[in-house]
Design a protein around this ligand. Structure first.
Ligand SMILES: Nc1ncnc2c1ncn2[C@@H]1O[C@H](COP(=O)(O)OP(=O)(O)OP(=O)(O)O)[C@@H](O)[C@H]1O
Ligand SMILES: [Mg+2]
Length: 248
Protein backbone atom coordinates (compact mmCIF):
# COMPACT_ATOMS: atom_id res chain seq x y z
CA UNK A 1 0.00 0.00 0.00
CA UNK A 2 1.46 3.35 -1.01
CA UNK A 3 1.36 6.78 0.53
CA UNK A 4 -0.48 9.73 -1.00
CA UNK A 5 1.17 13.14 -0.73
CA UNK A 6 -0.35 16.35 -2.02
CA UNK A 7 1.96 19.12 -3.14
CA UNK A 8 0.42 22.48 -2.51
CA UNK A 9 1.24 26.13 -1.83
CA UNK A 10 -1.78 28.39 -1.90
CA UNK A 11 0.13 30.92 -3.97
CA UNK A 12 0.68 30.18 -7.66
CA UNK A 13 3.90 29.80 -9.58
CA UNK A 14 6.16 28.82 -6.68
CA UNK A 15 7.27 25.44 -8.04
CA UNK A 16 4.63 22.83 -7.07
CA UNK A 17 4.66 21.09 -10.46
CA UNK A 18 8.46 21.27 -10.64
CA UNK A 19 8.71 19.69 -7.19
CA UNK A 20 6.17 17.03 -8.13
CA UNK A 21 8.14 16.01 -11.25
CA UNK A 22 11.58 16.27 -9.59
CA UNK A 23 10.60 14.46 -6.41
CA UNK A 24 8.69 11.82 -8.40
CA UNK A 25 11.79 11.11 -10.49
CA UNK A 26 13.97 10.99 -7.36
CA UNK A 27 11.64 8.47 -5.67
CA UNK A 28 11.53 6.36 -8.85
CA UNK A 29 15.36 6.39 -8.91
CA UNK A 30 15.22 4.86 -5.42
CA UNK A 31 13.35 1.92 -6.96
CA UNK A 32 9.82 3.01 -5.98
CA UNK A 33 6.75 2.85 -8.20
CA UNK A 34 5.53 6.43 -8.41
CA UNK A 35 2.34 7.93 -9.85
CA UNK A 36 1.98 11.66 -10.37
CA UNK A 37 -1.59 12.92 -10.54
CA UNK A 38 -1.92 16.31 -12.18
CA UNK A 39 -4.62 18.03 -10.15
CA UNK A 40 -4.44 21.30 -12.05
CA UNK A 41 -7.59 21.05 -14.20
CA UNK A 42 -7.47 23.65 -16.94
CA UNK A 43 -3.75 24.43 -16.58
CA UNK A 44 -1.93 21.08 -16.61
CA UNK A 45 1.87 21.08 -16.68
CA UNK A 46 3.16 17.63 -15.80
CA UNK A 47 2.49 16.09 -19.24
CA UNK A 48 4.94 18.65 -20.67
CA UNK A 49 7.52 18.26 -17.88
CA UNK A 50 7.42 14.45 -18.28
CA UNK A 51 7.32 14.56 -22.07
CA UNK A 52 4.00 12.68 -22.24
CA UNK A 53 2.00 15.45 -23.96
CA UNK A 54 2.15 13.89 -27.45
CA UNK A 55 0.90 10.49 -26.26
CA UNK A 56 -1.77 11.90 -24.00
CA UNK A 57 -5.27 10.89 -25.12
CA UNK A 58 -7.18 10.39 -21.87
CA UNK A 59 -7.11 12.15 -18.52
CA UNK A 60 -8.57 11.67 -15.06
CA UNK A 61 -11.94 13.17 -16.10
CA UNK A 62 -12.26 10.54 -18.87
CA UNK A 63 -11.70 7.80 -16.28
CA UNK A 64 -14.28 9.27 -13.92
CA UNK A 65 -16.83 9.70 -16.74
CA UNK A 66 -16.29 6.09 -17.88
CA UNK A 67 -14.86 7.11 -21.28
CA UNK A 68 -11.56 5.35 -20.51
CA UNK A 69 -10.28 2.53 -18.35
CA UNK A 70 -7.83 3.79 -15.74
CA UNK A 71 -4.96 1.79 -17.29
CA UNK A 72 -5.48 3.69 -20.57
CA UNK A 73 -5.05 7.06 -18.84
CA UNK A 74 -1.72 6.19 -17.14
CA UNK A 75 1.30 7.37 -19.15
CA UNK A 76 4.84 6.14 -18.43
CA UNK A 77 7.53 8.79 -18.32
CA UNK A 78 9.87 8.07 -21.27
CA UNK A 79 13.03 9.01 -19.34
CA UNK A 80 12.35 7.55 -15.90
CA UNK A 81 11.44 3.93 -15.24
CA UNK A 82 8.73 3.38 -12.61
CA UNK A 83 7.30 6.92 -13.02
CA UNK A 84 3.76 7.37 -14.41
CA UNK A 85 1.39 10.24 -14.97
CA UNK A 86 -2.38 10.49 -14.70
CA UNK A 87 -3.02 13.76 -16.57
CA UNK A 88 -5.37 16.57 -15.54
CA UNK A 89 -8.45 17.47 -17.58
CA UNK A 90 -7.74 20.27 -20.03
CA UNK A 91 -10.84 22.19 -18.89
CA UNK A 92 -11.31 23.60 -15.41
CA UNK A 93 -15.01 22.68 -15.39
CA UNK A 94 -13.93 19.00 -15.34
CA UNK A 95 -12.17 19.42 -11.96
CA UNK A 96 -12.58 16.27 -9.85
CA UNK A 97 -14.64 16.52 -6.63
CA UNK A 98 -13.14 15.47 -3.27
CA UNK A 99 -15.38 12.39 -3.02
CA UNK A 100 -14.48 11.16 -6.51
CA UNK A 101 -10.77 11.89 -5.95
CA UNK A 102 -10.83 9.66 -2.87
CA UNK A 103 -12.49 6.89 -4.91
CA UNK A 104 -9.84 7.20 -7.65
CA UNK A 105 -7.14 7.01 -4.98
CA UNK A 106 -8.62 3.84 -3.43
CA UNK A 107 -8.44 2.26 -6.88
CA UNK A 108 -4.80 3.23 -7.55
CA UNK A 109 -3.06 3.09 -4.20
CA UNK A 110 -2.47 -0.70 -4.15
CA UNK A 111 -0.29 -0.43 -7.27
CA UNK A 112 2.16 2.31 -6.22
CA UNK A 113 4.61 3.10 -3.44
CA UNK A 114 4.00 6.83 -3.79
CA UNK A 115 1.22 8.89 -5.31
CA UNK A 116 1.99 12.62 -5.58
CA UNK A 117 -0.90 14.97 -6.35
CA UNK A 118 0.07 18.28 -7.91
CA UNK A 119 -2.41 20.89 -6.63
CA UNK A 120 -3.48 23.93 -8.62
CA UNK A 121 -2.77 27.43 -7.31
CA UNK A 122 -5.28 28.65 -4.73
CA UNK A 123 -7.35 26.84 -2.12
CA UNK A 124 -10.44 25.97 -4.20
CA UNK A 125 -11.95 22.65 -5.33
CA UNK A 126 -8.72 21.30 -6.85
CA UNK A 127 -6.89 21.89 -3.58
CA UNK A 128 -9.71 20.39 -1.48
CA UNK A 129 -9.92 17.29 -3.70
CA UNK A 130 -6.18 16.68 -3.43
CA UNK A 131 -6.14 17.33 0.33
CA UNK A 132 -9.12 15.06 0.97
CA UNK A 133 -7.34 12.16 -0.76
CA UNK A 134 -3.89 12.71 0.79
CA UNK A 135 -2.28 11.34 3.95
CA UNK A 136 0.32 14.09 4.06
CA UNK A 137 1.18 17.38 2.38
CA UNK A 138 4.26 19.19 1.20
CA UNK A 139 3.69 22.94 1.30
CA UNK A 140 5.95 24.65 -1.21
CA UNK A 141 6.99 28.25 -0.65
CA UNK A 142 9.49 30.68 -2.01
CA UNK A 143 11.16 32.61 0.82
CA UNK A 144 9.24 35.86 0.44
CA UNK A 145 6.61 37.36 2.78
CA UNK A 146 3.57 37.01 0.48
CA UNK A 147 4.26 33.37 -0.21
CA UNK A 148 5.04 32.52 3.41
CA UNK A 149 1.77 34.14 4.51
CA UNK A 150 -0.03 31.97 1.92
CA UNK A 151 1.74 28.91 3.41
CA UNK A 152 0.41 29.73 6.87
CA UNK A 153 -3.12 29.94 5.44
CA UNK A 154 -2.61 26.71 3.50
CA UNK A 155 -1.53 25.01 6.74
CA UNK A 156 -4.85 25.92 8.36
CA UNK A 157 -6.87 24.74 5.34
CA UNK A 158 -4.96 21.45 5.31
CA UNK A 159 -5.77 20.97 8.98
CA UNK A 160 -9.46 21.60 8.25
CA UNK A 161 -9.22 18.93 5.53
CA UNK A 162 -7.72 16.51 8.09
CA UNK A 163 -4.13 16.54 6.76
CA UNK A 164 -2.13 17.05 9.93
CA UNK A 165 1.14 15.69 8.58
CA UNK A 166 2.61 18.69 6.78
CA UNK A 167 6.13 19.69 5.86
CA UNK A 168 7.48 22.89 4.37
CA UNK A 169 9.65 22.91 1.23
CA UNK A 170 11.40 26.19 0.58
CA UNK A 171 11.99 26.49 -3.14
CA UNK A 172 14.14 28.74 -5.34
CA UNK A 173 16.47 29.54 -2.46
CA UNK A 174 19.42 31.72 -3.29
CA UNK A 175 21.51 32.71 -0.28
CA UNK A 176 22.62 36.13 -1.53
CA UNK A 177 19.15 37.23 -2.71
CA UNK A 178 17.67 35.99 0.57
CA UNK A 179 20.14 38.03 2.63
CA UNK A 180 19.75 41.15 0.51
CA UNK A 181 15.94 40.98 0.77
CA UNK A 182 16.32 41.76 4.52
CA UNK A 183 12.73 40.73 5.31
CA UNK A 184 13.49 37.56 7.27
CA UNK A 185 16.53 37.47 9.54
CA UNK A 186 17.16 33.81 8.70
CA UNK A 187 15.39 30.62 7.59
CA UNK A 188 14.14 30.01 11.13
CA UNK A 189 12.10 33.22 10.85
CA UNK A 190 10.59 31.89 7.58
CA UNK A 191 9.71 28.57 9.21
CA UNK A 192 8.21 30.28 12.27
CA UNK A 193 5.98 32.50 10.10
CA UNK A 194 4.76 29.55 8.04
CA UNK A 195 4.28 27.46 11.19
CA UNK A 196 5.24 24.27 9.34
CA UNK A 197 8.26 22.03 9.97
CA UNK A 198 10.90 22.31 7.28
CA UNK A 199 11.83 19.21 5.28
CA UNK A 200 13.83 20.62 2.36
CA UNK A 201 15.39 23.67 0.78
CA UNK A 202 15.55 23.50 -3.01
CA UNK A 203 18.03 25.94 -4.56
CA UNK A 204 17.36 28.29 -7.44
CA UNK A 205 18.64 26.29 -10.40
CA UNK A 206 18.65 27.86 -13.88
CA UNK A 207 18.85 24.36 -15.37
CA UNK A 208 15.35 23.51 -14.13
CA UNK A 209 13.17 25.76 -16.37
CA UNK A 210 15.31 24.87 -19.38
CA UNK A 211 14.89 21.12 -18.87
CA UNK A 212 11.18 21.42 -18.12
CA UNK A 213 10.57 23.44 -21.28
CA UNK A 214 12.02 20.59 -23.36
CA UNK A 215 10.45 17.79 -21.28
CA UNK A 216 13.87 16.46 -20.30
CA UNK A 217 15.17 15.15 -16.97
CA UNK A 218 17.47 17.21 -14.80
CA UNK A 219 21.14 16.19 -14.88
CA UNK A 220 21.73 13.97 -11.83
CA UNK A 221 24.33 16.29 -10.38
CA UNK A 222 22.43 19.52 -10.91
CA UNK A 223 21.72 21.46 -7.70
CA UNK A 224 17.94 20.89 -7.89
CA UNK A 225 18.20 17.16 -8.70
CA UNK A 226 20.48 16.62 -5.71
CA UNK A 227 18.04 18.50 -3.46
CA UNK A 228 15.12 16.38 -4.77
CA UNK A 229 17.13 13.22 -4.06
CA UNK A 230 17.77 14.35 -0.46
CA UNK A 231 14.08 15.17 -0.01
CA UNK A 232 13.09 11.73 -1.36
CA UNK A 233 15.40 10.08 1.16
CA UNK A 234 14.03 12.17 4.04
CA UNK A 235 10.44 11.39 3.07
CA UNK A 236 11.34 7.73 3.32
CA UNK A 237 12.65 8.21 6.84
CA UNK A 238 16.40 8.60 6.26
CA UNK A 239 18.25 11.08 8.46
CA UNK A 240 19.83 13.38 5.87
CA UNK A 241 21.15 16.75 7.05
CA UNK A 242 20.21 19.90 5.12
CA UNK A 243 22.89 20.78 2.58
CA UNK A 244 25.00 23.81 3.40
CA UNK A 245 22.87 26.75 2.35
CA UNK A 246 25.78 29.08 1.52
CA UNK A 247 26.36 26.98 -1.59
CA UNK A 248 22.89 27.83 -2.93
N1 LIG B 1 14.22 25.64 -7.95
C1 LIG B 1 13.95 26.32 -9.08
N2 LIG B 1 14.93 26.99 -9.74
C2 LIG B 1 14.65 27.69 -10.87
N3 LIG B 1 13.41 27.78 -11.42
C3 LIG B 1 12.41 27.15 -10.79
C4 LIG B 1 12.60 26.39 -9.59
N4 LIG B 1 11.41 25.87 -9.23
C5 LIG B 1 10.52 26.28 -10.14
N5 LIG B 1 11.09 27.05 -11.08
C6 LIG B 1 10.45 27.68 -12.25
O1 LIG B 1 9.36 28.48 -11.76
C7 LIG B 1 8.29 28.45 -12.69
C8 LIG B 1 7.01 28.00 -11.97
O2 LIG B 1 7.20 26.65 -11.57
P1 LIG B 1 5.98 25.62 -11.49
O3 LIG B 1 5.20 25.62 -12.77
O4 LIG B 1 6.55 24.35 -11.02
O5 LIG B 1 5.13 26.34 -10.35
P2 LIG B 1 3.66 25.96 -9.83
O6 LIG B 1 3.63 26.30 -8.38
O7 LIG B 1 3.34 24.57 -10.20
O8 LIG B 1 2.76 26.98 -10.67
P3 LIG B 1 1.15 26.97 -10.74
O9 LIG B 1 0.66 27.53 -9.43
O10 LIG B 1 0.85 27.88 -11.90
O11 LIG B 1 0.71 25.55 -10.96
C9 LIG B 1 8.70 27.49 -13.82
O12 LIG B 1 9.24 28.26 -14.88
C10 LIG B 1 9.82 26.65 -13.18
O13 LIG B 1 10.74 26.16 -14.11
MG1 LIG C 1 1.71 23.81 -11.31
Amino acid sequence: MGVVTCITSGKGGVGKSSLCAGLGAALAKRGRRVLLIDGDAGLPALDLFLSCAEERVYDIADVVAGRAAVKDALYPCPWEERLWLLPAPSQEKDCISPLVMRQVMDLLIPYYDHILIDCPAGLGTGFRSAASAAQRALVVATPDPVCIRASAKTRLELELAGVSQQRLVINRFHAESFRSQKVFSDLDAVIDTAGIRLIAVIPEDPELPLREASGLPLPLHSKAAMAFARLAARLEGEQIPLASLHKF
